[in-house]
Design a protein around this ligand. Structure first.
Ligand code: AHR
Length: 503
């Protein structure tokens, strides 16, 4: 398919300010994300605290802002009190979510101090699976409380005088999922989240709370779950969560390339569900979205079921997906979708950061390196600044089995009001080159250049060497005309253009 595509970009048509917290990621006590991922004492690059400098440097290069912790499914049977205080007194516990012996060497203080040193904003999750109001409020007090009360004083006794000031808090994780330890129906969870959230905000009214939304748009309870949970929590929480993983199933490349359209519909449906509750309550408050788990994950085709895992210890290799060029194109397109909902998405977390379905891989005692998906994330986090623009994209659609008709070309753009820096992200989902005419009425636009990721047909880059051989390439030539710019997009590609926009 090769057809003309048109994009109109106008400086006055804006979606909203891009919240930098959409460039978040996720560190779960799962597999090798923590142990031999971010943390490996004895590694050649380990800092004084035992954290790998090579991983921290790649995290910085990736442009990550927020990091969600400690899970994920892990949090739903976590006893945070067991992982604070002197390390030699901490006891290992059997994490039932991933059937792994957790040594508790890294806990709340180690993680929060790592975030401080690395300039990352922590997003903490509380256990609403096996625990409840008490443990959740106590953890907020431990992290954010001033001296003079039990849990804040415990933090001080453990060597940390200053409160950490953690703003973002998840009220549990995927509580709609039957796989979750302590899984609940929407009414039970909604009441518990409201009670826990109320207590947590009584400890610290400055925090922002995330209620669990659906684990996927394809859950049977989707929609009704959001409506019910928000009917209990609307006045207490700030955000509702969304989780989505995409994969190529049964060789259906077209549907996989259209994944971001599914993400787009998911966002619109959650916004509609949340706003319907707000309307019924005659509330002026708008709930925003925390897309706190998203990525390409070969969950159905490669992973299967966590209950089949044997009990393991010493940071086992679990879900260490290796990514292809095609996966990188889809990740770029998914990121553009987050930008196109800048008015409603406040937080986004690429799940996860290291080793577990991650842009960064490591070997114990060895190197750290970038997977293919690293490149579109880092490029977007670096270029997308300021305001997201409301583009008008006219492109033909193609049919997919999973999502029906999807656009052949998608786009997102941002402009930095302070500098006039323009960033334009365009995905060509077809196997032919596409010509795009970009019109920019009411402004002078100039694109200096672009870099692209291509969906080569090489398949997943299984080894470090193969992953490192993959990189971004220069965009095809850009032609400037009078009020128009002509772009050529490589087949199955995601391209980030940079330039300027002036009135
Ligand atoms: O990111 C891996 C897992 O996916 C998380 O633990 C869980 O929340 C989701 O199902």
């Amino acid at each position: 398919m090769n057809s003309d595509v048109s994009i109109i970009l106008h400086p006055d048509y804006r979606i909203g300010t891009v919240d930098r917290r959409i460039f978040g990621s996720f560190v779960e006590h799962l597999g090798r994300c923590v142990y031999t991922g971010i943390y490996e004492p004895g590694h050649a690059t380990a800092d004084a605290h035992g954290f790998r400098r090579d991983v921290a440097d790649l995290t910085r290069e990736l442009g990550v802002t927020v990091v969600r912790y400690p899970g994920g499914n892990f949090v739903s049977n976590y006893v945070w009190e067991d992982a604070v205080g002197p390390v030699e007194h901490r006891k290992p516990f059997l994490d039932l979510a991933w059937r792994t012996v957790e040594p508790n060497t890294i806990g709340t203080d180690e993680f929060l101090q790592y975030c401080e040193r690395e300039g990352l904003e922590p997003m903490m999750a509380v256990n609403l699976g096996t625990r409840g109001v008490d443990a959740a409020a106590a953890l907020v007090e431990y992290c954010n409380g001033q001296a003079g009360t039990r849990w804040a004083d415990l933090r001080i006794a453990n060597g940390r005088e200053e409160p950490y000031g953690v703003t973002l808090w998840c009220l549990g994780n995927e509580m709609d999922g039957p796989w979750q330890i302590g899984h609940k129906d929407a009414h039970t969870y909604g009441r518990l989240a409201a009670d826990a959230g109320k207590a947590m905000k009584l400890v610290d009214p400055t925090i922002e709370l995330v209620a669990c939304g659906s684990s996927s748009m394809y859950m049977d309870t989707f929609g009704e779950w959001e409506r019910t949970v928000l009917s209990y929590t609307y006045d207490i929480v700030d955000h509702i969560s969304m989780h989505a993983y995409y994969e190529e199933l049964n060789g259906d490349r077209a549907s996989f390339l259209g994944s971001a359209t599914a993400m787009d519909r998911f966002v619109e449906r959650v916004v509609a569900s949340a706003d319907a509750v707000g309307a019924q309550k005659r509330s002026d408050k708008r709930i925003t979205l925390s897309f706190d788990e998203w990525n390409v994950w070969y969950l159905e085709s490669r992973f299967g079921d966590a209950t089949d895992l044997p009990i393991q210890r010493d940071a086992p290799r679990i879900i260490e997906d290796r990514y292809s060029g095609l996966d990188a194109v889809v990740v770029g397109d998914l990121m553009a979708t987050l930008l196109n909902h800048a008015d409603r998405i406040a937080v986004g977390c690429l799940a996860q950061l290291v080793n577990v379905i991650a842009p960064i891989m490591t070997e114990p005692g060895g190197d750290a390196w970038r997977q293919t998906t690293f490149h579109p994330f880092a490029t977007t986090a670096h270029l997308a600044r300021g305001e997201a623009l409301q583009l008008k994209v006219d492109a033909p659609t193609f049919a997919t089995e999973r999502h029906g008709g999807v656009p052949a070309v998608t786009a997102a753009a941002t402009v930095d009001p302070d500098t006039g820096a323009l960033a334009l992200f365009v995905t060509n989902r077809t196997d032919a080159e596409q010509t795009v005419t970009l019109r920019h009425p009411g402004a002078r636009a100039h694109l200096e250049g672009g870099r692209a990721v291509l969906a080569d047909h090489d398949g997943a880059r299984e080894t470090q060497k193969a992953a490192e051989a993959y990189g971004m390439v220069d965009a095809l030539p850009i032609t400037h005309g009078d009020g128009t710019i002509t772009l050529t997009l490589a087949p199955e590609s995601w391209t980030a253009f940079h330039g300027s926009l002036e009135r």
